[in-house]
Design a protein around this ligand. Sequence first.
Ligand code: COA
Length: 291
Amino acid sequence: MRIRPAVKSDREEILSFCVNTFGWGDYIDRVWNYWYKSGQLLVVEDGSRKIGMSHLAICPDGKSVWLEGVRVHPNYRRSGIATQLITKMTKYARQKGTRQAFAIVDVTNVASQRMMEKSGFAVVSRWAYYSAGGRPSRIKSGARLATIDELDVTWKYLQHSKIYSLSARRYVKSWHWYSLNKKALRDFIRERRVIVTGGPVNGVAIINRHGYWDRTNILQIVYLDAASAGPLRHLVSFVTNVYLDGRFEGLQLVCHDSKRLTSFIEKFMIKEEEQFLLYNKVFTAKHTPTQ
Ligand SMILES: CC(C)(COP(=O)(O)OP(=O)(O)OC[C@H]1O[C@@H](n2cnc3c(N)ncnc32)[C@H](O)[C@@H]1OP(=O)(O)O)[C@@H](O)C(=O)NCCC(=O)NCCS
């Protein structure tokens, strides 16, 4: 058995077993070409058979690596193949200077959870995903797009927010969870993607108007945080109105799986929902032998 970079002809044989991973199927067929072009796509081969795959992406901060798409052919499971893929990916990422790794696992995928834990990963956050169905009605909202003058108050709000800390201080981009630091917040305010309520600020939502992968016409809430039900209602109403004003084909929300947020969201017209665990492993410092 050997692990090697993917080649073009691997696609079909690998995709043949990337099915039914989730209740709705799998997404590997939608990302294979992007991942292939990134050059960080691995395939496991046993003789002439292709029996496993995985992908890694170095995060924009250069300090973390994102691990994803671990798949092993059903006939070859429980023989350590996924563990070897994870070891290979983390070794490569460490050589590239990263200090920690992240991955996301569906709450119902027990095999994958055990696999992550066996490789030394721990759960640092739990997230919920919702996709809205139907056509919501317009609701009056007291929320607004944050201006650059509001950077400091918004940042201060986040730093004292329990939800920010429970969210592992992260937001979502194309199903990768990245650090929501002050620089990212500043960039998002400039891009007119930050919505706030209250004075002082008592709720923050960050949106993405460009979807992900092959679905670019989706409006997403990629971070959501509110001190109570009132500000939450204003934020969600504001985003609903952005959705109605634009020609989006879908509205999605990804946020920390807190009762405070989800009990309100669940009153909306929900078409799909899923919960995920965010896993993290901090690499230990390498031992440097003393002279
Ligand atoms: C999850 C998956 C990648 C594991 O691959 P694998 O090669 O069988 O994993 P490994 O042999 O390296 O197993 C490592 C550990 O994970 C745990 N594990 C793996 N499969 C498990 C299962 N079905 N039930 C419980 N624990 C399991 C065990 O602790 C195992 O160690 P052990 O065999 O010494 O007890 C494989 O089952 C798979 O491809 N599933 C479908 C795709 C998928 O869910 N991918 C992950 C999406 S996030």
